[in-house]
Design a protein around this ligand. Structure first.
Ligand SMILES: O=C(O)C(=O)C[C@]1(C(=O)O)C=C[C@@H](O)C=C1
Length: 111
């Protein structure tokens, strides 16, 4: 309904082979989101594992480690053709949420 009869410009995704419709664009975004979520779930299992090595909730947050992750993520994003700012914003939000979960885990575990 909100699609234009003729799209602007030429396709840029999948080596210029996609897409012919907004529906096709969104099918691909949904497919990629499912893959990202599986990787996030796997990442979460290792964040939980990191919690096993933290003495207490106050030591969960490691700002130096976060700074190293962000620097690496920005460089990799650049090399992959992804905006480093988009990558950094996404990672800061993701790490903040994982950090909260890890803090709760460490607070509530048996001593
Ligand atoms: O590397 C750690 O020590 C972690 O707990 C994992 C993680 C992350 O999500 O990458 C989470 C919290 C810390 O602030 C740093 C990094």
């Amino acid at each position: 309904a909100d699609q234009m009869p003729v799209p602007h410009g030429t396709p840029q995704a999948a080596g210029g082979t996609c897409c012919d419709s907004l529906a096709e664009v969104r099918q691909n975004i949904d497919r990629i989101d499912s893959a990202i979520l599986k990787l996030m779930a796997e990442r979460g299992t290792y964040v939980r594992e990191a919690g096993r090595f933290k003495a207490n909730a106050a030591s969960v947050q490691d700002d130096a480690r976060v700074a190293r992750i962000i620097a690496k993520v920005r460089a990799e994003a650049e090399a992959d053709g992804l905006s480093p700012d988009v990558a950094e914003a996404t990672y800061r939000a993701m790490i903040a949420a994982f950090t909260e979960e890890e803090k709760k885990q460490v607070e509530t575990r048996g001593k």
